[in-house]
Design a protein around this ligand. Structure first.
Ligand code: FES
Ligand SMILES: [Fe+2]
Length: 436
């Protein structure tokens, strides 16, 4: 006789996550999505922007924090502040553009109310119509708390109740350091090219895919074949662009990935070791290496170049690839719709070739036109569809459960084939979601 499983309480996170499995409704239930926006995206530090995006007072960018949009603007005092992108009059969106310059403040297109970079009301047209009834001091837009780590700006909707950013980043600071330390001047410049696409599936699919080293040999098999053919045509692996190298690495045997480390850290974060080898790209060309030695000294430069990490996942909203200076933000739109936004950073002072490689990698490996990403997007959609029917409720997450290599206070180490990063994400998920 079939055992009747107890119907999980759809909004009780403890019922939806087990040590070695997760209930499929976390990907398909709109009510869970709403709770995630409130309890995860309303509590975690979310990457918002980079200092180099703000040159002159009034320069602004619009970014999302879960369902909410915020405007980051550089004030005349040199501080970047974040305010909600919502007029306090009738609630219209203030800024329609992703970025721009508003040196005199942000003006609402509906009735012309104007707001300063700090959210205070600057001007209300025909304010005498309100008589004494309008207190402009009360009508300012709320600010969002932001903190900076090495030029990267993060926001937190909990305000003063949020833990410090550095506490949230923990061990993952080393992956941000990895990116910044690759600059031969210590400075980065966020490039003007923005890559964006949507996919029709749950936001967590990307998190569960990008450190999964078992899927590429299957999901991306076609691109492995193409990449090998290209490498042959151009005269061998030393002549190929970074994306082709990544595609070829996807075709390596599982044991290769088993030998690489995966590192997970509290908060749902993780990264895996690089699979291309330390000397793979022109990043290590003579001119670049010389400039890095000039800046850091020989010993530190060697240390910087020897770091070989693949994608760092900063739960719950961004993906960092220091080696190719790319950073993607993930914006959940609905339980079944997600937007990805990619940025490429220039290492100021590095040869132009390094920047070109980074752009090539971002478009070749991360855009919707990439032969790799198009595979993943289809898989995400298939998982959404497949988890929408049938009797089987639980999805196993137990791969590599007994294979941990090291546990420390700041991070754990395991084989890169482990699903330990997914289990780690769901520990963080249950933790955020369990706090009413
Ligand atoms: S809604 Fe913004 S000015 Fe009226
Ligand atoms: Fe993939």
């Amino acid at each position: 006789m079939a055992t009747q499983l107890r119907e999980p309480d759809r909004l009780s996170p403890a019922d939806l996550v087990r040590e070695d499995a997760v209930h499929r409704s976390v990907y398909t239930d709109p009510a869970i999505f709403d709770l995630e926006m409130e309890r995860i995206f309303g509590r975690a530090w979310l990457y918002l922007g980079h200092r180099s995006e703000f040159k002159e007072a009034g320069d602004y960018v619009v970014r999302h924090m879960g369902k909410q949009a915020v405007i980051l603007t550089l004030g005349k005092d040199g501080d970047v502040r974040a305010i909600f992108n919502r007029c306090t009059h009738r609630g219209a969106t203030l800024c329609a553009f992703d970025k721009g310059s508003a040196p005199h403040g942000h003006q609402c297109p509906y009735h012309g109310w104007m707001f300063n970079a700090d959210g205070s009301v600057r001007f209300v047209p025909y304010d005498k119509g309100y008589g004494e009834r309008l207190d402009k001091g009360e009508m300012g837009i709320e600010q969002v708390r932001i903190e900076e780590y090495r030029g990267f700006l993060f926001g937190n909707l909990m305000g003063d109740a949020a833990p410090p950013l550095e506490h949230f980043l923990g061990h993952m600071k080393t992956s941000i350091d990895d990116l910044v330390d690759r600059s031969p001047t210590g400075e980065l410049e966020c490039g003007p090219y923005v890559l964006r696409h949507y996919y029709r599936a749950n936001w967590k699919m990307t998190f569960e895919n990008l450190n999964d080293t078992v899927h590429p040999g299957f999901a991306h098999a076609a691109s492995v074949v193409s990449a090998k053919a290209v490498a042959n045509e151009v005269g061998g692996p030393e002549n190929i662009v970074p994306t082709i190298g990544m595609m070829m690495a996807n075709g390596k045997p599982i044991q290769f990935f088993q030998d690489i480390d995966m590192v997970t850290a509290p908060g749902g974060h993780s990264y895996i070791g690089g699979h291309m080898g330390a000397d793979y790209t022109p990043d290590t060309s003579d001119a670049y290496t010389a400039s890095l030695i000039d800046y850091h000294g020989a010993e530190k430069a060697k240390e910087v170049l020897s770091v070989d990490r693949h994608l760092m996942l900063l739960y719950p909203s961004s993906f960092w690839h220091a080696r190719y200076q790319t950073l993607r933000i993930m914006r959940p739109v609905r339980h079944d719709l997600t937007e990805m936004i990619g940025f490429v950073f220039r290492l100021n002072g590095a040869p132009e070739e390094t920047y070109r490689n980074a752009i090539e990698y971002c478009t070749g490996a991360n855009s919707a036109a990439s032969p790799v990403i198009s595979d993943d997007l289809e898989i995400y959609e298939r998982c959404l569809l497949g988890n929408g029917f049938g009797e089987r409720e639980w999805i196993p997450t137990s791969r590599g459960m007994d294979e941990d290599r090291e546990r420390t206070n700041s991070h754990d180490r395991m084989p890169a084939t482990s699903e330990g990063f997914i289990r780690n994400q769901f520990r963080a998920w249950a933790d955020y979601m369990g706090q009413a």
